[in-house]
Design a protein around this ligand. Structure first.
Ligand SMILES: Cc1ncc(COP(=O)(O)O)c(C=O)c1O
Length: 427
């Protein structure tokens, strides 16, 4: 029996499903336990090396254990790691992020979940309204008001997507189809005057990968202005991933509030809420919208985030990471085309996902129609051949600037072998 399987049997005795975050349990045939990670690679406790396309679910755009981030963390550790008082690094990191995203103020918290929870509270406090509009397929972390799936129709309030969330909470959240301008217009005409915020992943990274249609984000900006609702871009994944100015910079749309996480902590726990002065000053202590946290602006996360963003600003990291994603997706597309297998690949920059059996994926419904079993089999075979992709096609694959020629060529060999087995299995 492999060491990973042995350890999984043990972890099941103390953790629900053997894991501390559910997606980790989906890895087939069982979760792989990691000994260490470096550059583009994970090394399992069973002695295997895997080219990593999960990259911690997004934060590690510089790859694992980047030397600059390592040095910054060690340097900070030497000066202590929790002060319960302000320190300079938070100011430096905050200033860079405010400049990059064209916002006045920022608040650091500890996770994307906390960032969104606070952003929604802020929008409700600012507008004195209750309704939250989100889009099917967008994930905004694990707080109650956004852990909601579509109701019986787009204009009916949503249903909890978890047990333990009362109807009283979900009845203020509406879930509409992504990329559907007509429906959001109809909704805002009916309930826009009571809507506190429209929250969206500008590029959806939680229903596979889905890109916004040309005018969708623009329409959200227009409707928010027209009805006095706040527009929240959840850039927990896309912030510093799509560009130094996130998706808002890339698509040239200015939301009222931006939530950030992942990359800005360089692989350490982080979240942030950023926006204009008038909105942000509603947060405690200047305002009456409560937020606080023992670990807010944690010195280690600040040091790692600052080192990461300085590095991103200086070097060709985006170019290298984007090129890797382009080479991998081009190869997959070429091969599947030759094999006459129906598929769609969505990609932007260093993010991509493959869907089997569908011609296009522009919203969550189309993503759900893809052949999941085939993807899971691909994931399982790729692991056997030395490549680690997320275990579900409702997640996104990420590259890093450590995905160099060697990593790409090892991946292409693995994909070639894997697709040939998959082709034989399909017959
Ligand atoms: C878009 C988005 N928002 C929020 C979150 C929640 O972030 P965290 O897992 O740090 O709580 C995630 C997590 O994947 C996310 O993808």
């Amino acid at each position: 029996m492999s060491e990973s399987l042995k350890l999984f049997e043990l972890t099941k005795t103390i953790f629900a499903g053997g894991v501390n975050s559910p997606v980790r349990a989906l890895v087939k045939p069982y979760p792989l336990f990691i000994e260490r990670a470096e550059g583009a690679y994970l090394y399992t406790i069973d002695g295997y090396r895997l080219v990593d396309y999960v990259m911690g679910y997004g934060p590690l755009i510089l790859g694992h254990r980047h030397p600059r981030v390592y040095d910054a963390v060690i340097e900070q550790l030497g000066r202590g790691w929790l002060y319960g008082a302000p320190a300079r690094a938070a100011f430096e990191l905050g200033k860079i992020i405010c400049r990059n995203f064209g916002v006045d103020k920022i608040r650091f918290v500890n996770s994307g979940t906390e960032a969104v929870m606070t952003a929604v509270r802020l929008a409700r406090g600012y507008t004195n309204r209750a309704i939250v509009v989100k889009f099917d397929g967008c994930y905004h972390g694990a707080s109650d008001p956004v852990l909601v799936k579509a109701g019986s129709s787009a204009l009916e309030y949503g249903l909890a997507s978890s047990k333990g969330i009362p109807d009283e909470v979900t009845k203020y959240t509406y879930v509409l189809p992504y990329n559907d301008i007509d429906t959001i217009n109809k909704f805002m005409i009916k309930l826009g005057n009571n809507t506190a915020c429209i929250i969206v992943e500008p590029v959806v990274a939680n229903a596979g990968l889905i890109l916004p249609n040309k005018d969708f984000l623009k329409e959200l900006r227009y409707l928010s202005d027209k009805f006095g609702s706040l527009l929240i871009f959840d850039e927990v994944v896309t912030g510093y991933r799509i560009s130094l100015n996130g998706a808002s910079g890339y698509y040239k749309i200015r939301p009222d509030i931006i939530t950030l996480g992942k990359i800005i902590g360089g692989g350490f726990p982080i979240g942030a809420i950023a926006g204009g002065k008038k909105i942000m000053e509603m947060l405690t202590p200047t305002g009456k919208v409560f937020n606080a946290g023992t670990f807010n602006a944690h010195p280690i996360s600040m040091a790692a985030g600052l080192a990461t963003i300085k590095e991103l600003q200086m070097d060709r990291h985006y170019e290298i990471a984007n090129r890797a994603a382009n080479e991998i997706t081009s190869y997959i597309s070429e091969k599947l085309g030759e094999m006459n297998i129906k598929f769609t690949v969505n990609r932007i920059g260093s993010m991509f996902q493959l869907f089997f059996g569908v011609d296009r994926v522009t919203n969550a419904n189309e993503a759900r129609k893809a052949d999941k079993e085939k993807y899971v089999r691909l994931h399982e075979l790729l692991i056997k051949n030395g490549v680690y992709i997320p275990p579900s096609n409702m997640e996104t694959c990420f590259t890093s600037s450590m995905h160099d020629d060697e990593a790409i060529s090892a991946s292409i060999d693995a994909i070639k072998k894997t697709l040939s087995i998959l082709g034989n299995e399909i017959g």
